[in-house]
Design a protein around this ligand. Structure first.
Ligand code: NAD
Length: 264
């Protein structure tokens, strides 16, 4: 047995020097995650629709002595996905970690009032984009014989009353994708996990239809049922753990990060 002594503990994360892509990293959970990866010594590609926010995130990481670069565009488009993966591979020499975090809310609409555009956009950004990104990243991870993919699912991927029909279906799809990916590629050294955040203070907006028949906005439930509002950094800490070698035996997990809401 190896003895370890306090601050002499070896770095168990294995993240130093790794090539990491974080989507939705201009804001909120993704931004906090990108910063944490950089502080752990990883090289981070910030992928986001929001060019100004992405540039800010890169500057913030640079200010801490970290290494980052931004690629901007709509990640639901194959060409943007290809650009993200190619940039990480060309600039950092590979792709070790992919964090599929970018996402949008639905309008809290019940199924019967969900318009085609709402359904298609929410599914496209929250489920299809992670599929496209992971498919593009896989050949690089398979060639390296290792890789870690972390998804930002949601409490709405675990239960039926946390969002409208489209977001709930998309996030349940994400948890299914995580488990399928985990089982399919574990023999090739690739792990897949997810966090399921409870309500977290970020830039995400709920453009709820005024007469939506879906579940009530969860803001009113904070307290006894939900607990408190989390911070983006509390989600980031869990994401970075799942991505790291400290979680080397964790595969196919969907980890609630929600102050116990899922336990109520
Ligand atoms: N905040 C919460 O309470 C909460 C709870 C559960 C799950 N989540 C999930 O967390 C993830 C991050 O959200 P957040 O709360 O940090 O929100 P946020 O709005 O602060 O950040 C989301 C980022 O994703 C980017 N983005 C959105 N669509 C994109 C697209 N098509 N292409 C590229 N970038 C795109 C946005 O520009 C933004 O920078 C999402 O998947 C969301 O569903 C959030």
């Amino acid at each position: 047995m190896t003895e370890t002594h306090g601050t002499d503990l070896p770095d168990a994360t294995g993240l130093a020097g790794r090539s990491v892509v974080v989507t939705g990293a201009a804001s909120g959970i993704g931004r906090a995650t990108a910063l944490r990866f950089a502080l752990a010594g990883a090289r981070v590609l910030v992928a986001d629709l929001d060019a100004d926010g992405a540039a800010d995130a890169v500057e913030e990481i640079g200010g801490t002595g970290g290494t980052a670069l931004a690629v901007t565009g709509d990640l639901s488009e194959q060409a943007v996905v290809d650009r993200v993966v190619a940039s990480a591979v060309e600039t950092f020499g590979g792709l070790d970690v992919l964090v599929n975090n970018a996402g949008i809310m639905d309008r809290m609409s019940a199924l019967g009032e969900t318009a085609d555009e709402e359904w298609e956009r929410v599914l496209r950004v929250n489920l299809t984009a992670p599929f496209l990104l992971t498919r593009a990243a896989l050949p690089h991870m398979l060639a390296a014989g290792r890789g870690s993919v972390v998804f930002t699912a949601s409490e709405a991927g675990l239960r039926g009353g946390a969002a409208g029909a489209a977001y709930t279906a998309a996030k349940h799809g994400v948890t299914g994708l995580v488990k399928n990916l985990a089982v399919t590629y574990r023999a090739q050294g690739i792990r897949a996990n997810a966090v399921a955040p409870g309500p977290t203070s970020t830039g995400i907006r709920v453009d709820a239809a005024p007469d939506a028949q879906g579940p009530p906005l969860i803001g009113g439930l904070i307290g006894a049922t939900i607990g408190r509002l989390g911070s983006a950094d509390e989600q980031a800490a869990a994401i970075v753990f799942l991505a790291s070698d400290a979680a080397s035996f964790v595969n196919g997990a969907v980890l609630p990060v929600d102050d116990g809401w899922s336990a109520v």
